[in-house]
Design a protein around this ligand. Structure first.
Ligand SMILES: *Cc1c(COP(=O)(O)O)cnc(C)c1O
Length: 396
């Protein structure tokens, strides 16, 4: 018999959509895929070369569990330069992706019954990691009319004796919301007043538009920094999802516990990827601008197109690479054999009848929306939007 824990975990709904899209594609159907959660760009050559060199040099053995010093130093340098944050090596851990760093945090911080605040819509992984560690996710609903920003007073009204931490994600997957300094100051005030931790997932830091500035909540002042664990990585910024390098920076005591946990679960992240990560952080950064300019072009195009569909409204995301349109107008409508009463119904209808894959908002905690990734070419976006328009038009 499986563990109680195994019985509580949900498989990833984003992967389920992807599997369905792939099986339709294998049957020879031309699918437009808005489901991707990773950049469609290749990892830059200088980074690949660094990995090839590491292999040729025989850098292929176990390393220090939490990452080699040279990589920690490159991360310290990055946090200083980009985020105005000062850390020592003992306050840094490198893990097998930011997701793994987040998991280590959950293991190091949460005890059974602890409550963890998660603004909703949220990244699908947060509540599952909380549940896997016997803690309780507490959702704080946010609204399109506030750009999905969590209000300080709603954070406060969800805090109890058991509240341990707040998970913040800016820029956000799925909404693209990007918090500014003033919002973060208000949130920090509540956090400090109630002495809870902030887990700040900043993985989309580099993918930010319209001249917005990324601010790390930890950088506001030293008292906030002491209660914050900053999580970041190279998957999104350097198109390195497959290399599995993420990191966390925070209070030494927490990082040490995370490192001990990592030492008994996965050990070090791949030695070769660590060398590649040093090159990613210290080598030329012009790749990011090229990728960002292209994402920006696609973002503007996709959001305009979505807003031109009668019944659809879509905010302009400030960061990441997802559009998050409100599609609730279509719930209650029908055509042929399809009756649409949820985001899941609509995504299945669009997949089967229009051959367009996207992720239903319910997966992220809000049924009124759909998530469309624009990590795909402008031509695909054009084709996809035409199909969506046609299919929505047939609903009545
Ligand atoms: C992609 C993603 C991550 C983690 O990516 P890794 O590949 O594990 O580094 C973390 N948070 C959010 C919100 C993401 O979208």
């Amino acid at each position: 018999m499986l563990s109680e824990r195994a019985g509580k975990i949900k498989s990833s709904p984003t992967l389920a959509i992807d599997a369905k899209a792939k099986s339709i594609k294998e049957a020879g159907v031309d699918i437009v895929n808005f489901g991707a959660g990773e950049p469609d760009f290749d990892t830059p050559d200088n980074i690949k070369e660094a990995a090839i060199k590491a292999i040729k040099d025989g850098f292929t053995k176990y390393t220090a569990v939490g990452g080699i010093d040279a990589l920690k130093d490159a991360i310290i340098e990055k946090l200083k330069k980009d985020n105005n944050l000062d850390y020592k090596r003992e306050e840094i851990i490198v893990s097998c992706g930011a997701k793994h760093s987040l998991y280590n945090i959950a293991q190091a911080l949460f005890s059974p019954g602890d409550e963890v605040l998660i603004p909703s819509p949220y990244w699908v992984t947060y509540p599952e990691q909380v549940i896997l560690n016997d803690a309780i996710p507490v959702f704080i609903k946010t609204y399109e009319s506030d750009s999905f920003m969590v209000k300080p007073e709603s954070i406060e009204s969800h805090i109890t004796q058991k509240t341990k931490a707040l998970i913040l994600n800016s820029p956000s997957n799925p909404t693209g919301l990007t918090y500014d300094r003033k919002n973060l100051e208000q949130i920090a005030e509540i956090v400090l007043k109630h002495n809870i931790y902030v887990i700040s997932d900043e993985i989309y830091e580099k993918l930010i538009y319209d001249g917005l500035e990324h601010v790390s909540i930890a950088s506001l002042d030293n008292s906030v920094k002491k209660k914050t664990i900053v999580v970041n990585g190279l998957s999104k910024s350097h198109a390195m999802t497959g290399w599995r390098i993420g990191f966390a920076a925070g209070p030494e005591e927490i990082i040490k516990a995370m490192t001990d946990i990592q030492s008994q679960s996965t050990s070090n992240p791949t030695s070769i990827s660590q060398k590649a990560a040093i090159e990613a952080l210290t080598g030329p950064q012009d790749f990011i601008k090229t990728m960002l300019d292209e994402f920006d072009r696609r973002r503007n195009f996709l959001v305009n197109e979505l807003n031109s569909i009668p019944g659809v409204t879509c905010l302009t995301p400030g960061g990441a690479f997802y559009a998050f349109p409100n599609t609730s107008f279509f719930y209650g409508k029908k055509t042929d054999n399809y009756k649409i009463s949820s985001s899941n119904d609509l995504s299945m209808y669009l997949l089967e009848k229009a051959n367009v894959a996207m992720v239903h908002g319910a997966a992220f905690g809000d049924d009124s929306y759909m998530r469309l990734s624009y990590a795909t070419s402008i031509n695909e976006i054009k084709k996809g939007v035409e199909r969506i328009k046609g299919a929505l038009n047939r609903l009545s």
